[in-house]
Design a protein around this ligand. Structure first.
Ligand code: GUN
Ligand code: ZN
Length: 470
């Protein structure tokens, strides 16, 4: 940014209610490159102005066209050598698993028993949940992610801690209490009744409270009885606008177990569909081993799949077929998920790097246009939020990420040999990570600014966000 910079604790006019603007190159998708010409799916402005008012984008267009209306009348943060994108959307992540990323040596079911269920018990302690929530949100913002669909733990206090932390940054988060009434340690089990009542109370407290949205969260069909799945579906029907998230067909051992637990169902998706858990605003993570029938059922339901490549590789789960899921005659909504802590990076750039390799192993090619669509507007579309998130357009919520195209010496060097935008974007997703994030704006406020050292984070009220005491 070239204008004079306030010190880390000085007031920053971009935290006030007034109009302010960002200047720099922008990229925003207006169409789905999986379903139309990828080259015509986005708008790239090499020198743009994004005017923000009351947390929303008021105007966006070429600098030369808009400069007269802003010059001298509002602060402008100028980002040369950068690319301004809509904030990234992560459609699947577990905040309590931040402390267990990189747990060695197991595939899904053993990994859950050996690491996950041990870790998640610590979230009975609200102080621990509050500390991890704060740290987790910082990692998301440091990676340029402004919206995520988040699993808490079975403890209602873990949800309160998470939404309280999210409110301090004013991030639009979707989260919920895990429901688990079987096949888990006693300390992590609820019951059909308590899971229903706790979730109902959390919905009343948090759904639509500021930017927070509630997600009913039966972990997966192996840890919820048929009665609990049906109770989750009832809750979802009773609270229109809420979300539902669970896991689907991630690992072959899991798929076999589900077939034993639900012998009357023809496939895994049918378990959820029959219980009443398939529909718009349902998010199914992984879907690595789904059949054509399941993809068709998912399309008919309007449900979304979350593609989690770093997790699927780390846990040895398999290769998600993104081009198959998005097939034009029956497209399924797909977003990207980091799936921390099965996944290994908060960064959507690193996630795209692995998504490209997964697509390559499936003999397909994920272009930069496909990739950045998935990380922005595609994720918002998967979550039915693409009328307000995932694009740089007037009226959209001003959640933005400013990416540095020269974030490391190697990237700087490599970029000199790129002929056009698509090549630069592809290098960005191949070599980039959180170091490429210069600033993250949430509802128009720069809650993260890499250069604002030693305190790069600020809450929505403009106060410096102290590092959590770990
Ligand atoms: N399936 C059920 N629970 C989990 C979880 O916590 N992580 C992953 N990756 N898969 C799951
Ligand atoms: Zn998961």
């Amino acid at each position: 940014m070239t204008r004079s910079r306030p010190g880390p604790d000085a007031p920053d006019s971009r935290f006030g209610p007034g109009r302010h603007a960002l200047r720099g190159a922008t990229l925003s998708f207006h169409a789905d490159p999986f379903l139309s010409d990828p080259h015509a799916s986005y708008t790239h402005l090499p020198d743009a102005l994004v005017v923000i008012e009351d947390g929303r984008i008021a105007e966006a267009g070429p600098y030369d066209r808009l400069r007269a209306s802003v010059e001298g009348s509002m602060p402008v943060a100028h980002y040369p050598d950068a690319l301004i994108l809509p904030g990234f959307v992560d459609t699947h992540i577990h905040y309590p698993q931040t402390q267990m990323i990189g747990a060695f040596g197991e595939q899904l079911l053993e990994w859950l028993n050996k690491y996950t269920f041990v870790t998640e018990q610590q979230f009975a302690d609200p102080a621990h949940a509050a500390m991890v929530s704060e740290l987790f949100l910082r990692e998301l913002l440091r990676a340029g992610t402004t919206t995520a669909a988040v699993y808490c733990t079975v403890h209602p206090g873990s949800v309160d801690a998470f939404f309280q932390a999210s409110q301090r940054f004013d991030t639009r988060m979707i989260a919920g209490k895990v429901l688990m009434d079987r096949n888990a340690p006693q300390a992590l089990r609820d019951t059909v009744q308590s899971g229903y009542e706790d979730s109902r109370d959390l919905i009343a407290k948090w759904h639509g409270n500021g930017r927070q949205l509630y997600c009913i969260t039966p972990r997966f069909a192996a840890t919820s009885s048929q009665a609990q799945l049906e109770s989750a579906a009832r809750l979802w029907r009773e609270h229109p606008g809420t979300y539902m998230q669970t896991h689907l067909s991630e690992n072959l051992g899991e798929v076999g177990w589900i077939a034993e637990l639900f012998p009357d169902c023809c496939d895994y998706f049918e378990v959820y569909r029959r219980a009443g858990l398939a529909g718009p605003r349902a998010i199914f993570a992984h879907a690595v081993h789904v059949s054509e029938d399941e993809l068709c059922a998912c399309h008919r339901a309007g449900a979304a799949l979350s593609h989690c490549p770093t997790s699927n590789l780390f846990l040895g789960s398999g290769l998600f077929r993104v081009f198959d899921a998005k097939r034009a005659d029956r497209p399924v909504r797909v977003g990207l998920g980091t799936d921390i802590g099965g996944g290994t990076a908060f960064s959507q750039l690193q996630t795209l790097n692995e998504a490209y390799k997964v697509a390559a192993l499936n003999q397909t090619r994920l272009t930069a246009a496909h990739a950045f669509y998935l990380a922005t507007r595609g994720g918002a579309h998967a979550l039915y939020l693409d009328d307000r998130l995932g694009a740089i357009e007037p009226g959209y919520e001003a959640d933005l990420v400013v990416l540095d195209l020269k974030s490391t010496p190697l990237m700087d060097f490599r970029m000199r040999y790129c002929a056009d935008l698509m090549e630069r974007l592809f290098v960005l997703m191949t070599l980039g990570d959180d170091r490429a994030v210069r600033a993250t704006y949430v509802a128009g406020r720069p809650v993260y600014d890499r250069s604002r050292q030693p305190a790069p984070f600020r809450y929505a009220d403009g106060s410096a966000a102290p590092a959590p005491a770990c």
